[in-house]
Design a protein around this ligand. Structure first.
Ligand SMILES: Nc1nc2c(ncn2[C@@H]2O[C@H](COP(=O)(O)OP(=O)(O)O)[C@@H](O)[C@H]2O)c(=O)[nH]1
Ligand SMILES: [Mg+2]
Length: 247
């Protein structure tokens, strides 16, 4: 089951395992002051436009315009495309697939002409052929390690099920490589509040022995729109920090 994750970083000399989670965004750009920080907290992100920009198989082929981007990754069928559609208030911007493990491209969506959402191919689908797993690894390693404009990875975890080894391994690798990430728990509408809380607690418990601090976490439902405001505001704050630092 851990094939993709194992091969993903097999050729890379990873930095020693960090004892801390990387808590979300890259460190604030220098020059940022308290006044800007205060203002950032009240920013409301609106989606004015969302356009499909293309599907790419190498990092080099991806847009080279340096716009900040946010990648969505997780097991096949976890709800990546559905969450992207929900965030953009669009029904079929990202394809919602009934056949997991099929998409093997980096799918780009340009939001407000200013930043990208990237739908990454899923991992962990048991029936994926070995050659496909290798190509997933190759594509994902070049993307995650080379992409300078990648601001934060959203790791999607199914809130309906207990912690999965492959997800924990994937997050451990992200932390080792110091790639900033946050967690989005998906499909929260499908279960009772109690089971949801139990599952989230179990996932947090599985993560804690390894690190002292947990990353930012968002509970979401693509069906009900849960978590939309929180995620968009989170992204809006990072975008505003970048804009403030470069203006
Ligand atoms: N009830 C419910 N179903 C969801 C939600 N998100 C995704 N799904 C369903 O889960 C399946 C996989 O979703 P998809 O977005 O294609 O997953 P992906 O493979 O990670 O892109 C589809 O049948 C979706 O309708 C959600 O928030 N609530
Ligand atoms: Mg998908």
């Amino acid at each position: 089951m851990l094939h993709e994750i194992d091969t993903l970083f097999a050729n890379k000399s990873a930095t020693p395992a960090s004892q801390k989670w990387i808590t979300g965004a890259k460190p604030p750009p220098s020059g940022q002051n308290a006044y800007i920080c205060q203002r950032l907290n009240v920013i409301e992100m609106e989606i004015r436009s969302a356009e499909y920009q293309g599907s790419f198989t190498t990092e080099a082929a991806c847009p080279q315009d340096n716009k900040p981007e946010y990648a969505f990754v997780g097991r096949s069928n976890v709800g990546k495309s559905s969450l992207i559609n929900m965030l953009c208030s669009r029904k079929a911007l990202a394809k919602v697939s009934g056949t997991p493990g099929k998409t093997q491209t980096l799918n780009y969506f340009l939001i407000n002409n200013a930043w990208y959402l990237v739908d990454l191919p899923g991992y962990g689908y048991a029936r994926t052929a070995k050659t496909q797993r290798k190509s997933w690894s190759k594509m994902t390693i070049s993307y995650l390690t080379q992409r300078k404009s990648l601001e934060c990875v959203f790791v999607l975890l199914d809130s309906n099920i207990p912690p999965q080894a492959i997800d924990l391994a994937f997050m451990a690798k992200l932390a080792e490589l110091e790639i900033p990430f946050v967690i989005a728990y998906t499909k929260s509408d499908r279960i009772s509040k109690k089971i949801l809380n139990d599952n989230i607690k179990a996932i947090q418990k599985a993560m804690l022995p390894r690190w002292n601090e947990l990353p930012a976490q968002f509970t979401t439902s693509a069906e009900k729109g849960t978590g939309r405001t929180e995620i968009l505001n989170f992204i809006g704050q990072i975008n505003a920090q970048i804009a403030a630092a470069t203006s």
